[in-house]
Write a protein that binds this ligand. Sequence first.
Ligand code: SAM
Ligand code: SF4
Length: 336
Amino acid sequence: MTPSIPAHLVDPFQRRINYLRLSVTDRCDFRCVYCMAEDMQFVPRAQVLSLEELYRVAQAAVGLGISKIRLTGGEPLVRRNILWLAEQLGALPGLETLALTTNGSQLARLAQPLQQAGVSTLNISLDSLRPRRFRELTRTGDLHQVLAGIDAAVSSGFQRIKLNAVILNGRNDDEALDLVEFARQRGIDIAFIEEMPLGRIDEHSRRLSFCSSAELRRRIAQRYTLAALGDPAGNAGPARYFSMPDSATRVGFISPHSNNFCHLCNRVRLTVEGRLLLCLGNEHSVDLRPLLRRPGSTRQELAEAIVAALALKPEKHHFTHDDEPEILRFMNTTGG
Ligand code: SAM
Ligand code: SF4
């Protein structure tokens, strides 16, 4: 690396960027009602980055001080040969944390090999413990398959497992306490997420289904004692965590609406077509694919492109409760 390439990435608002979320596919075996429209258009295959191309971006980013990478999507575990990428990243010097977010459907088979490849922390989405409701929310998902995946993950020795639950008013808000209890029984963490207005959906009104973190916390605090934690995961981020005196489980709240966390932002995202997205809630981005596919392009050039892109990182998102989303890309194409 030449001296023009910095050892660390700092954005125009003096935020240190050390976290990259890599979307390895926009495809998924589920069609969650808040994430996707029922009939989704997926990215044409020719535009989808190969695993080698994804790895090259990761390598350049780690050279710039990125110390944490999360594999996400779409559903990362439906991408063919995903274990190859996990193994390459698991062995990448300088990468301290390799994380993965999954819907859990393939974990019964893949939890152990992922852990062995070097994935240390897993986020598993779980919005309901009732099979019929789970199917309604995911449109295609099978709760029992996901629960078997969670069991496999719990016995595979990951450093940290966290459940993610998107809570919709009138749909699953009555399960918040059951989900906390489920996490406590397994000694894993859980975070409740406010729905974000990404992509246009007709299935429900995002305005009417909004359930605030503050309201959930109030309900959970009626049964469990919650003590506010600073930053248990050791990385600044959007979740506020609470511990409970009688359990190792931590309860988090990710509140893009009710608690703007942009000043703590430490991350950028790579979409599966190679767009480096500087913010979840804005369209500011740089397309790295032409450079990646130009014969002979180097890691140095990729690093320079990433540094230049950082100058575009906006200060904050402007999510509203409107049913007309400002951001038309769906979460699955964003790399949630
Ligand atoms: N398929 C994997 C999964 O479901 O965990 C990884 C990708 S998914 C897009 C990542 C996370 O984003 C999931 O926890 C999901 O619940 C959440 N998510 C999807 N759409 C969302 C939305 N509109 N608002 C808030 N969270 C959303
Ligand atoms: Fe698939 Fe995850 Fe989106 Fe659900 S939230 S449709 S599992 S990508």
